[in-house]
Design a protein around this ligand. Structure first.
Ligand code: ADQ
Length: 456
C-alpha cells in the first residue's frame, strides 16, 4: 500500500491521543494504516527563509513541521485565511477584508509548503490536503514537478457563485481547486456550489461520464465526504465521566433544573450572540421556563490576533451580564459563561448531564459538537439536539434534531421550550435515529472513503 502524505495548516502534537480532536483522530488513523508523513506549520515564526522541516518519527508516521516567516504568517493566516476566506466561506460579507498583499503572502506560504514538502515525496505517495489554508498547494506542487494523486478536503462550507465572486480574483481560487484530483466537501450542497462556480466562471464543471467532471483541461472527482466522529469513544467518555467529581458537582448543583449546553470555539460564525438573544427571548416570552433552565456556554478563545474575534468576546461578556442582571434570582443564574477550553472527557460528561444541546451556527461546514453531544447521551434518557439548519450536520441529523434558523430568536426559543417538554419516548426515538446515522458514517468511514477516492 502506498504512503499517505497528509498536509494541514497545523500538525497535531505527535503525542496525539489525549488532546487530539476529531480531525486529528481521522488523519492519524489514516496515517497509521498506510504509514506516511503529516506535514504542516509547527507553530513558530522566523525571519526570512525558514530552515528545513523538523522531522519527528513516531512508529510509521513522520511529523514534518516548518516555520513560517513572521510577516508572511500575518498576511497568510490572520489576514487572508481568517480575515478573507473564513468570512467569505461563511457568508459573512459584512466583515470580509481583502488585501492583495495578504493574498500574495497566502500564495507564498503555499509555495513554501510545496518547496519544503517536495523533497520528502516518493513517486507512489498519495497526498491529502486539508482546508482553506492550502487551496493553492496542488498548483504549487505541480509546478514543483509533483505528479502524485492529490486530494483536497474542505472542512468549511463552499459558497454559492454569487457570494464567491465578491472575492477579487476568485477565478484564481477555482483554478487552483481544479488542480486537485479529488475535491471533497462536507455536503452535497457544497459540491453543487463548487460545480456551479466552475460553470459560471467558464472553467468547466460538466460531467465526463465516468463520475468525474471536466475542469480546465483536467478530470476531477468532486464529492461529499461528511466528516464523522469516533462515536464509541464519545459514548464511552460520556458514560465514564459521570463518575468525575466535577460532572457530579454540576449535576448536584442543577438539582431538578435542566441544563442547556453550548460548546464552541469563540467564533462569530457559531452564532453565540444570537444564541444568547434567543435564550433571553425564551425567558421573556415564557416566564415558566425561568428558574427551570440553566444555560451553560463554554467558548474557547481562538484567533485572538484577529479584530473580529476580540470584538465578539466583549459582545458576549456584555450580553451574558445583561441577561443575568435582568433575570437572575438570588438562587438562580440563567447563563453560566465559561471563556476557555475544557478537556474532551469533561465536555462529554457535561453533554450527558444536559437535557438540551444548543448548536446554532450562522453557517458551519459540519459541526462536530452536534455529533459529540448526541453520542455522549445516555440512550435510556437522552437529551435533545437543537440544531441550526445552516450547519452541514443538519443534512445528516435533520430527522432526529429540532432544526432551527439561528437568525430567528423566537424560533430558537420555541425549539428550546419544545425540547425541554419532549416526552422520554420521543427523545429516545430521535436519539436512536441519530446514533444510527453517526455509526454508519463515523470518522473511520470518512477517512476510508476519502482514501479510496484518492486511489490505492
Ligand atoms: P470547527 O469550526 O473548529 O471545525 P467543530 O466542528 O465544532 O468546529 O469542531 C470543534 C471541535 O473542538 C469539537 O471536537 C469540539 O468538541 C471541540 N471544542 C469546541 N469548543 C471547545 C471548548 N470550548 N473546549 C474544548 N473543546 C472544544 C471545522 C469546521 C467545522 C467542521 C470541522 C471538522 O468549521 O464545520 O465540522 O472543521 O471538519
Amino acid at each position: 500500500m502506498s504512503r499517505l502524505i497528509a498536509i494541514s495548516n497545523r500538525v497535531a502534537a505527535p503525542s496525539g491521543g489525549k488532546t487530539a480532536g476529531g480531525l486529528a483522530v481521522g488523519i492519524l488513523a489514516a496515517l497509521r494504516q498506510s504509514g506516511g508523513i503529516w506535514f504542516g506549520w509547527g507553530g513558530k515564526t522566523c525571519h526570512g527563509e525558514p530552515s528545513e522541516p523538523k522531522l519527528e518519527k513516531h512508529g510509521n508516521i513522520t511529523f514534518a513541521t516548518v516555520d513560517i516567516d513572521k510577516a508572511d504568517f500575518d498576511g497568510y493566516y490572520n489576514d487572508y485565511c481568517n480575515g478573507t476566506l473564513w468570512p467569505l466561506f461563511h457568508y459573512m460579507l459584512g466583515i470580509l477584508k481583502y488585501d492583495r498583499e495578504a493574498q500574495e503572502a497566502y500564495q507564498r506560504v503555499n509555495q513554501l509548503f510545496a518547496r519544503k514538502l517536495r523533497p520528502l515525496l516518493q513517486p507512489d505517495d498519495r497526498i491529502w490536503v486539508h482546508d482553506y489554508h492550502l487551496i493553492p498547494l496542488a498548483q504549487e506542487l505541480r509546478r514543483a514537478g509533483a505528479e502524485q494523486p492529490i486530494g483536497f478536503f474542505l472542512h468549511v462550507p463552499f459558497p454559492s457563485f454569487d457570494v464567491l465572486r465578491t472575492l477579487p480574483r476568485y477565478r484564481g481560487l477555482l483554478r487552483a481547486m481544479a488542480q486537485f484530483d479529488v475535491v471533497g466537501f462536507q455536503t452535497r450542497q457544497d459540491c453543487e456550489n463548487f460545480l456551479g462556480g466552475l460553470r459560471s466562471a467558464g472553467l468547466g464543471g460538466a460531467p465526463c461520464g465516468d463520475g468525474r467532471v471536466a475542469a480546465l483541461d483536467r478530470r476531477i472527482l468532486v464529492d461529499a465526504f461528511p466528516i464523522g466522529i469516533d462515536v464509541e469513544e464519545a459514548a464511552e467518555q460520556g458514560a465514564a465521566s459521570m463518575e468525575s467529581a466535577s460532572v457530579q458537582r454540576l449535576a448536584r448543583d442543577l438539582g431538578d433544573r435542566e441544563l442547556v449546553i453550548g460548546v464552541d470555539r469563540l467564533d462569530y460564525s457559531k452564532g453565540l450572540p444570537e444564541r444568547f438573544r434567543a435564550f433571553e427571548t425564551l425567558l421573556e416570552r415564557h416566564p415558566g421556563s425561568r428558574r427551570q433552565l440553566v444555560f451553560l456556554q463554554i467558548a474557547s478563545p481562538t484567533r485572538t490576533g484577529v479584530r473580529a474575534y476580540q470584538e465578539i468576546r466583549h459582545e458576549l461578556e456584555r450580553s451574558a451580564g445583561h441577561i443575568n442582571g435582568r433575570f437572575a434570582e438570588p438562587d438562580w443564574t440563567p447563563i453560566r459563561y465559561i471563556n476557555r477550553g475544557l478537556s474532551r472527557k469533561l465536555l462529554m460528561g457535561y453533554f450527558r448531564v444536559a437535557r438540551i444541546g444548543l448548536v446554532t451556527p450562522m453557517r458551519d461546514g459540519m459541526n462536530l459538537v452536534a455529533k459529540e453531544f448526541v453520542a455522549a447521551q445516555d440512550p435510556a434518557d437522552p437529551g435533545v439536539l437543537v440544531l441550526s439548519r445552516l450547519a452541514g450536520a443538519a443534512a445528516e441529523l435533520g430527522d432526529g434534531a429540532l432544526l432551527v434558523n439561528p437568525y430567528d430568536p423566537v424560533g430558537v426559543a420555541d425549539a428550546i421550550l419544545k425540547a425541554s417538554e419532549m416526552p422520554p419516548q420521543e427523545r429516545r426515538e430521535k436519539h436512536a435515529m441519530m446514533m444510527q446515522v453517526l455509526r454508519n458514517n463515523d470518522i473511520h468511514a470518512w477517512r476510508r472513503r476519502f482514501i479510496e477516492a484518492l486511489g490505492d
